[in-house]
Write a protein that binds this ligand. Structure first.
Ligand SMILES: O=C(O)C1=C[C@@H](OP(=O)(O)O)[C@@H](O)[C@H](O)C1
Ligand SMILES: C=C(OP(=O)(O)O)C(=O)O
Length: 429
């Protein structure tokens, strides 16, 4: 592929923006809308590749879904209404689709085969298959039944109490979805909280779910009631513009109607600690999710340590936080982030490779990285590793490099943010 020159000629980022719908919430709206009774309408749905995979999967399972850009109408079938697909289900690049669907398909009374693209076929599925098998699931596949393609022979499931071994909202959600189909009450115990969109949305669909401290329990065999979902703007997408406004001189940006669920906003806590000028305003609640506006100004930042309980609250933002850290005075240490190695690509390796090429002082560690700032970034030829979050981080880096950046591919941005360049151009001055 011919390298693409990134040339936005930005002096500052200024203006107002609204983000496309949250990816995690869009997936869950399709899933729960499909198994609820009645017609669910989803507004501000994210029409990006990953969420469209989930939508297509439910069409293959017999659900009528009408998508008109950002509005989706789902003719919910009830929890027992899905039908056996006559072809393998394709999950593309989407880990969320894969893990959540494995949970759901395990308890349905039919046979399914599922597969994904090259990246997804390398990502670990044993983390969901292990608890699902404890519930009675029958799943077969590659690499001792741990990787896609997989075959699922739906079974009656029994409830379990499961202590999470890794911090993963996808694993938690898979167990809760399987728990909906199991006899009795299924409980998940989290060591560290992860994003809780599944729990909030189950309640919004009238589901009975108990959450106390770090335990979530769901009653099996219950019905869900169709509803309306307004998807908040995606904080993980906003993260790129927040970063751009902080590190590019004379910037001021307002991002409206953005999801501020505390299980997602670890990056704000980190940035405030680094000295960032970010104000939150107009906080309200939409279908159980916190939403508000952010005002961001160029800031002088200093390095910090990011680890422990913070990690699941900012896991997808770590590539762009690493770029910000190159522009902060002093050392930033990222620890306990080994999960980054099993995302769309090994995001520790990829970030260190790209930022080193651009002239940053950055070192890879087993579970994170160490970045010394502040460094002037120069430019050069880099790869996005086919990873949407890497591509968007590289584009933001290109706003501050002395020389142009050449990147191998930008199409991967369609996974989560097809309008990224369009939106960036609205605020570049
Ligand atoms: O549940 C979700 O929607 C997600 C959970 C996270 O993955 P893990 O569950 O693997 O941490 C996150 O990285 C992913 O982008 C979306
Ligand atoms: C890791 C991500 O998504 P998924 O796991 O759904 O592929 C992401 O969007 O950064």
């Amino acid at each position: 592929m011919k390298p693409i020159k990134l040339d936005f000629n930005a002096r500052a980022l200024r203006g107002n923006l609204s983000m496309p719908g949250d990816k995690s919430i869009s997936h869950r709206a399709i899933i729960l809308g499909s198994i609820a009774n009645g017609t669910t309408t989803v507004k501000n749905f994210l029409p990006a590749k990953d969420c469209l995979r989930t939508l297509e999967v439910f069409r293959c399972l017999g659900v009528q879904i009408v998508q008109d850009n950002y509005t989706v109408t789902i003719d919910g079938k009830g929890i027992a209404g899905l039908v056996e697909p006559d072809k393998p289900l394709y999950f593309g690049n989407s880990g969320t689709t894969a893990r959540l669907m494995l949970g759901l398909l395990s308890g349905l009374p039919f046979f399914t085969t599922v597969y994904g693209d090259q990246s997804l076929s390398q990502r670990p599925m044993d983390r969901v298959i292990k608890p699902l098998k404890m519930m009675g699931a029958s799943i077969f596949g590659r690499d001792s039944h741990t990787r896609l393609p997989l075959a699922i022979n739906g079974q009656p499931l029994s409830s379990i109490t499961y202590e999470m071994e890794i911090e993963s909202a996808q694993v938690k959600s898979a167990i809760l979805l399987a728990g909906l189909y199991a006899e009795g009450e299924t409980t998940v115990i989290e060591r560290i909280p992860t994003r809780n969109h599944t729990e909030l949305m189950l309640k919004h669909f009238g589901g009975s779910l108990k959450t106390r401290n770090n335990q979530i329990s769901i009653q099996g065999k219950q019905q869900l009631k169709a509803t309306q979902i307004n998807v908040p703007g995606d904080f993980s997408s906003a993260a790129f513009f927040i970063a751009g406004a902080l590190i590019l001189q004379n910037s001021q940006l307002v991002i409206k109607n953005i999801g501020l669920n505390p299980t997602r906003t670890g990056m704000l806590d980190v940035l405030w600690q680094m000295g960032a000028h970010i104000q939150v305003s107009d906080i309200k609640e939409t279908n159980g999710e916190r939403v508000g506006n952010l005002t961001i100004e160029t800031s002088n930042l200093c390095g910090i340590t990011i680890d422990g309980k913070l990690i699941p609250r900012l896991i997808d933002e770590l590539p762009i936080i690493s770029l910000i850290a190159t522009q902060a005075e002093g050392q930033t240490v990222i620890k306990n982030a080994e999960e980054l190695r099993v995302k769309e690509t090994d995001r520790i390796k990829a970030v260190v490779d790209v930022l080193t090429t651009l002239g940053a002082s950055i070192k890879e560690t087993a579970d994170g990285m160490i970045i010394n700032g502040k460094t002037t970034l120069i430019g050069g030829s880099v790869s996005a590793y086919g990873d949407h979050r890497m591509a968007m981080m590289i584009i933001i880096a290109s706003l501050i490099t002395k020389e142009p950046i050449y990147i191998d591919d930008l199409s991967c941005m369609n996974i989560s943010y097809p309008r990224f360049i369009h939106d960036l151009k609205q605020i570049v001055i």
